[in-house]
Design a protein around this ligand. Structure first.
Ligand code: F0G
Length: 530
């Protein structure tokens, strides 16, 4: 394709990727291999460690997933059957419930709301959480009104007297009429309905939850978020893995309203929590933010604090879920129980775009079904493929999950060996299962001119990616928000040979960087293979 055609899609991006040799055309893919066209028109196999940003736990074009797609098409499956029964989507929800029950040892059902992309699933969770919060607010107002009516009746009938504390609580003198205290309480309860305190949303520094109008505000990176802040929700960002910061942050937002109780001949006053907390969103392992796993201590405190303040937890498993961590839900390894789970990426088997938000039974509001919809959601083609993915993951008692854990451990072991030899170049290797990060040391003050230039500009990881592609036929990428960290998300089909080839390539990169050899580091740009 000529460059003009590319320019209509990615003018700026195309320029940027061509500077580091990533402007390559891939023509075929299977498993962890993608075939690129070289400068002479030949096909060259490249080992892919990016895995569609985590969409390919089963690899590119898995034969059984492809066969399912063919079968669905051959059978003239009705893709569009809105407002009718959707058995394929229902079957996906049923399997996901079975997995939830097993991994979280619960029998509480989770209702499934389908969408198309990850960002949409996140926005479904937040929209639902806000609808639920507003309904809880209305229910609280109605309950207080009812209690006040009961109190009025009891006072009129003489079956109860007003406790002096009620008058004090609303700032009236002890001589004021009991009725006036109830009037004041009623007025306060009613303002809840009309002047409801805005929703309080929490998410973590370094987190990534999508780039749509709502979800971008929940994504921490200011470069992506700041230009659109005026349009969206305003969450509070909490520091990751600092359990001590959680309780004060939620406590600062706690809001109460006064209610009355009638009992033992006395009308008394009590404080009730106003449902101000919409949701707290977390990724079990921050992906785009640089592969940062939540610590078990943080997850435990988060669970406890959210229970204390009745703040719904949205566990964003869009990248970690569907088996990548060594379990279907990475949060199950942390024993972090969500009120909501979001899934996308690998659920579509690398072929289709589908996402689902699972809503805990005790939070679920069926009214949501009447206010939220999407043309493509629940379609039989995507759901039929998701079912096949779930089948492949669940078969043989979950061999796929054990494979993800074992292959991930083998990968980390190989990378750790490289880091041990070059700890001046690679500062950290971390991750969970097949979601692994390699962090390069900050050498912006001591490295070669090329390193000193590219590291502060956030381009270093892309330069290393270009080097590995051209010199070693290995495809990696830094994460968008941690540009010195390479993110690896291969499929469970990852072989020892593929790991060894990555380790060999990395050793060479480290050697070149240690020698401050810019000529070698950039030679591929002058003699491009692709
Ligand atoms: N949540 C998480 C945890 C994600 O990693 C992503 C996307 C999304 C939500 C949004 O999903 O792109 O389908 O709308 N992550 C990609 C990444 C972009 O680079 O990791 P989407």
């Amino acid at each position: 394709m000529n460059s003009q055609a590319h320019d209509l899609v990615d003018t700026e991006l195309h320029q940027a990727v061509s500077q580091v040799g990533l402007d390559v055309e891939y023509i075929r893919s299977r498993g962890n291999t993608m075939w690129a066209r070289d400068r002479h028109g030949g096909e060259v196999p490249v080992t892919d460690f990016i895995g569609g940003y985590g969409s390919l736990i089963l690899g590119h074009n898995h034969p059984e997933v492809v066969a399912r797609a063919r079968d669905l098409l051959d059978r003239d499956t009705p893709v569009h059957a809105q407002v009718s029964l959707r058995p394929e989507a229902a079957a996906v929800a049923a399997v996901l419930n079975r997995i939830l029950q097993r991994e979280f040892d619960t029998d509480e059902p989770y209702f499934a709301v389908f969408a198309n992309s990850g960002a949409e699933a996140v926005e479904v969770a937040v929209k639902h959480a806000e609808m639920d919060r507003r309904m809880r607010l209305e229910e609280l107002t109605a309950a207080i009104e009812e209690h006040i009516a009961d109190a009025r009746t009891a006072l009129t009938e003489g079956s109860a007297v007003l406790a002096p504390a009620v008058l004090t609580a609303v700032g009236l003198p002890a001589t004021a009429a009991p009725e006036s205290a109830l009037d004041a309480l009623q007025a306060r309860a009613r303002t809840l309905g009309v002047q409801a305190p805005g929703p309080r949303l929490f998410t973590l520094a370094g987190g990534f939850h999508g780039k749509l109008l709502g979800s971008i505000q929940l994504t921490h990176n200011p470069q992506f978020r700041a230009p659109f802040t005026a349009l969206g929700v305003q969450p509070r960002f909490l520091p990751v893995n600092q359990p001590e910061a959680l309780r004060p942050a939620l406590a600062a937002e706690r809001t109460t309203v006064l209610d009355v109780t009638v009992g033992a001949g006395v009308v008394d006053v009590v404080e009730r929590d106003v449902p101000v907390f919409c949701a707290l969103l977390v990724e079990p392992v921050q992906g785009e933010g640089g592969i940062v796993p939540l610590t078990p201590e943080f997850a435990k405190e988060l669970q406890a604090v959210c229970a204390e303040f009745d703040c719904p937890i949205v566990v964003d498993e869009i990248q970690t879920g569907a088996g990548r961590s060594g379990a279907f839900f990475a949060s199950s390894l942390l024993q972090l129980r969500g009120d909501y789970y979001t899934l996308a990426k690998s659920l579509g088997g690398g072929l289709v775009k589908t996402s689902v938000t699972l809503v805990r039974g005790r939070r679920y509001r069926p009214q949501f079904e009447l206010v939220h919809s999407s043309t493509f959601a629940k379609d039989a083609f995507s759901s039929g493929i998701a079912l096949k993915v779930l089948d492949l993951l669940e078969t043989d008692g979950g061999t796929a999950y054990r494979t993800a854990a074992l292959r991930g451990a083998r990968l980390v072991q190989a990378l750790e060996a490289v880091r041990a030899e070059y700890d001046d170049i690679i500062s950290d290797v971390r991750g969970l299962g097949l979601l692994v990060g390699i962090e390069f040391a900050d050498r912006s003050g001591v490295g070669s001119p090329m390193v000193r230039q590219t590291q502060p500009a956030g381009l270093f990881g892309f330069l290393v990616s270009g080097y590995l592609l051209h010199e070693h036929l290995i495809r990696v990428m830094p994460t968008g928000s941690a540009p010195n960290t390479l993110r690896l998300e291969p499929s469970i089909g990852l072989t020892d040979d593929e790991i060894d080839r990555l380790a060999t390539g990395l050793r060479e990169v480290c050697e070149v960087l240690r020698a401050n050899d810019d000529e070698r580091l950039t030679a591929f740009l002058g003699a491009r293979r692709f």
